[in-house]
Design a protein around this ligand. Structure first.
Ligand code: NDP
Length: 460
């Protein structure tokens, strides 16, 4: 295995400490001998020893054993610099040297990432350097295209890893097996048999001191534009001939190109809401607008929903509803695939005939098949039975899974440039309609359910 340097720009930041290094720790737990060293760069003043201690603590939190932690602490290095200064970046890359692949991971605020990439246009980026880009990738379709153009001036596309850690979630990867290794599902996976698809990521967590980021993003950009669109592309893609980056990226890109707003109308296909004061699990939550760092005039939503159509031969006419929000009374993180009724229910069978469905839990990783069966009390009556199982528990957390591929230089779990742009297209349409005031800002008390009027059945 090639020696790899994980060069983290923004090494003192929240993402690095909370997700990235613990994710690497989970990878070291599975593969303690993986030849990776961690190098950090940030503007924060810190000695090499201080950085090594931080690396050690975060890797241990992710599950790395004491030997690995000590080895990593000893091999780590820290550069204090302004990452928007091209000369300083070039010098740092030279200092690290050509001892295998360098993964430059931009764990920086988005505007700083862009400035840093532009600064790198001033020197030839060596062939052993790969770029890993965090979300959000751009702030709309045009800016994503601009950022792609900058990256194309730095390295070829196969050396760009746009990170969406949902692609590393085991339940999302399990979709490959569930859909493509089972005749039972493979043959019914189309508008012919499926009535609707819902992808929910309802959280009970509130803002958690992340106003500086969240109030500028909102639920739609934070979750739907990136993560849930990627999940949608896995639910709806055509069968890949092989599981390779090239093949999966072609198939998922084709889905996102076919995504259209339901009824081509951003105002009827989308919903937004903001939480007011309430109680979540015994914890008092203030009004969103009175949280520290929130600017009410931004009109940031904490709950968003959109219904789209994948307008192609397989899916035309099937509503796909994507929803995510914060401070909700019920955590509901799942994909719900609802099947159509049978063409003819034999006369004589009576009783409630609820829709059959396949429910794939995104957290925790579970699978439920809701089927119509005979009632216990009367064989001619119908009722619903549920077959329930846990899905395989990955040894790696989602960041660890995505990192494993990136460190191998593999694009399998990285988002391709055109897909990153495409994922913004319907978002841009919805956000423009919201700015025009075409969609009311609903309210829900923290700890309450999603507003009852938010039916996921579209009107047209
Ligand atoms: P932070 O705001 O914590 O910034 C990361 C680090 O970069 C900070 O230490 C910051 O220093 C440093 N920095 C800023 N400007 C420069 C500069 N010019 N030169 C050198 N260092 C600089 O960001 P996060 O860690 O929260 O997020 C990083 C990225 O990850 C973002 O794109 C975000 O969207 C994404 N992300 C974050 C998640 C999270 O939970 N945090 C989750 C998913 C994605 P200083 O503190 O002094 O500004």
């Amino acid at each position: 295995m090639t020696d790899t340097t994980l060069l983290i720009l923004g090494a003192s930041g929240d993402l690095t400490n909370r997700l990235l290094l613990p994710g690497l720790g989970s990878l070291f737990k599975r593969e303690p001998d993986r030849p990776v060293r961690v190098v950090g760069a940030d503007r924060v003043a810190m000695t090499g020893e201080e950085f090594a201690d931080r690396v050690g603590a975060a890797l241990a939190a992710g599950g790395a054993g004491p030997e690995v932690v000590e080895r990593q602490k000893a091999s780590s290095a820290y550069f204090q610099l302004d990452v928007t200064n091209g000369d300083d970046i070039e010098r740092m890359i030279d200092t690290i040297g050509d001892c295998g692949r360098i993964i430059m991971y931009f764990a920086l605020p988005p505007a700083v990432t862009e400035a840093s990439c532009r600064a790198m246009l001033n020197f030839p980026v060596p062939e052993h350097v790969h770029l890993a880009m965090e979300k959000p990738f751009g702030h709309d379709q045009a800016s994503a295209a601009e950022l792609n153009a900058v990256l194309a001036g730095l390295v070829p596309e196969v050396r760009v890893h746009r990170v969406d850690h949902f692609l590393g979630k085991s339940s999302v990867l399990d979709l490959l097996a569930i859909r493509f290794a089972n005749r039972l599902f493979f043959n019914v996976w189309s508008a012919e048999h499926i009535e609707s698809v819902e992808i929910f990521y309802d959280e009970d967590l509130a803002l958690e001191q992340r106003a500086a980021y969240y109030d500028k993003a909102g639920a739609f950009v934070d979750m739907i534009q990136s993560h849930l669109m990627q999940v949608l592309s896995f639910v709806a893609m055509e069968a890949p001939a092989e599981v390779t980056g090239l093949e999966l990226r072609d198939k998922t890109a084709a889905v996102l190109r076919a995504v259209k707003l339901w009824g081509d109308d951003p105002s009827t296909s989308s919903r937004r809401a903001r939480y007011t004061a309430g109680n979540v699990g015994g914890v008092e939550i203030p009004d969103y607008v009175s949280e520290e760092g929130v600017e009410p005039a931004r009109m940031t939503e904490t709950l968003a929903q959109v219904t789209v159509e994948v307008r192609n031969q397989r899916w035309s006419g099937v509503p796909f509803t994507l929803r995510s929000g914060k401070a909700l009374g019920q955590r509901r993180k799942e994909i719900v695939v609802t099947f159509r009724d049978v063409r003819h229910l034999p006369d004589g069978l009576t009783g409630p005939d609820p829709k059959d469905s396949l429910v794939i839990g995104l957290s925790p990783d579970t699978m439920e098949l809701h089927l119509t069966t005979n009632a216990a009390s009367d064989p001619l009556m119908l009722e619903q039975s549920v077959l329930r199982t846990g899905l395989r528990k990955s040894e790696l957390d989602a960041y660890g899974e995505v990192l494993a591929a990136i460190l191998d230089g593999d694009i399998l779990l990285s988002v391709r440039g055109d897909t990153a742009e495409e994922a913004w297209r319907v978002t841009d349409e919805v956000l423009a309609a919201w700015r025009r005031g075409e969609v009311p800002m609903d309210e829900y008390a923290a700890g309450a359910p999603v507003p009852a009027s938010w039916d996921t059945t579209p009107s047209s």
